[in-house]
Design a protein around this ligand. Structure first.
Ligand code: GTP
Length: 303
């Protein structure tokens, strides 16, 4: 199944930077060396077996934008699964940015009316009062979208916000995400795990997680016992990517990881060709070997 992901936005808004961070695992500090994208750069990222993300990074200089909206219009806006439109939070030309954005919405309406639309208010690290700024931008952008359903995220390459946004976006592209989640929940119950998380192999984006019991409950007695940090996925991804990076510098390949701490045990291991699974257990009587065995036995079901 080929899904096209259009990455659009003004020149310098940060599209290529985010792509290089998420898909090529480059550190944020290297993004200042990126040149402007000329026309459209296409990348195919294999994601979960048959699912291939067909990523179109559209150079944002005016001449390119004009051509996407005229001569290349049908090529660009056909078969779009998702459009991600990036706005520089400090843009000095918001009027022009919005004009292009509205034109792109028109293009999508005409050629891919079903496409999901995600708006990233990017470079949030540059503003103070992030919450207020984002709320205001969100309201403006929703108004500009004139009734079209859009999801707005505030992002920055310097923290986990970019990761969270991309994980949510990719999640919407996975056709059987709900089923996956259900299977992961069954698997978590079978291992007496607190949580099971499935990551994509190269990007370490979160594909699906088991349903965590009790996280929303106010009355349960054991919620305090293992408080789950809301940024745990992004932080795990970040740590593992850094660790993988160190492994590759030592010319070692990363395969799996076991962590036994006082409060919990975590095992990260290959699940399928394109995924890693992480099992988090708070019961100290459960051995890591048993968890590994369970992962091993579950593999066939997830292939
Ligand atoms: P075109 O290829 O011309 O369309 O531009 P682009 O949207 O691909 O922009 P690019 O990724 O080349 O980024 C432009 C500049 O923004 C680079 O110098 C990046 O280092 C910087 N940048 C990207 N993301 C962020 C961010 O989250 N915060 C800050 N402060 N700077 C960022």
């Amino acid at each position: 199944m080929k899904k096209k992901v259009l990455l659009m936005g003004a020149s310098g808004s940060g599209k290529t930077s985010m792509r290089s961070l998420i898909f090529s695992n480059n550190p944020a500090s290297l993004t200042s060396r990126l040149g402007a994208t000329i026309d459209v750069e296409q990348n195919h990222v294999r994601f979960l077996g048959d699912l291939i993300l067909n990523l179109w990074d559209c150079g944002g200089q005016d001449a390119f934008m004009d051509s996407y909206l005229t001569t290349q219009r049908s090529t660009i806006f056909q078969h779009v699964g998702v459009m991600i439109y990036v706005f520089d939070v400090e843009s000095r030309e918001m009027g022009k940015d919005l004009e292009y954005y509205r034109d792109c919405l028109e293009g999508l309406k005409q050629h891919s009316p079903e496409a999901g639309i995600f708006l990233l208010v990017h470079k949030m690290d540059l503003v103070k009062l992030r919450g207020d700024v984002l709320e205001k931008k969100k309201k403006d952008l929703e108004e500009e979208s004139k009734g079209v359903g859009v999801v707005v995220f505030g992002t920055s390459i310097y923290d986990e916000s970019l990761y969270r946004a991309w994980s949510s976006i990719v999640h919407t592209l996975i056709p059987n995400a709900a089923v996956l989640s259900k299977h992961l929940t069954t698997f978590a119950e079978a291992c007496s795990a607190t949580e099971v998380i499935l990551f994509e192999r190269t990007t370490f984006l979160v594909i699906a997680t088991s349903h965590v019991p009790n996280t929303n409950s106010t009355s349960s007695l054991d919620t305090d016992e293992h408080q789950l940090d809301p940024t745990r996925y992004e932080r795990t991804s970040e740590l593992i990517k850094a660790f993988k990076h160190s492994c590759s510098r030592l010319r070692e390949e990363f395969h799996s990881l076991e962590m036994e701490l006082h409060e919990f045990t975590a095992v990260l291991d290959e699940m399928t060709k394109n995924t890693y699974v992480m099992v988090v257990v708070h019961d100290p009587t459960i051995e890591t070997a048993a968890i590994k065995m369970n992962i091993h036995m579950a593999r066939r079901k997830f292939e």
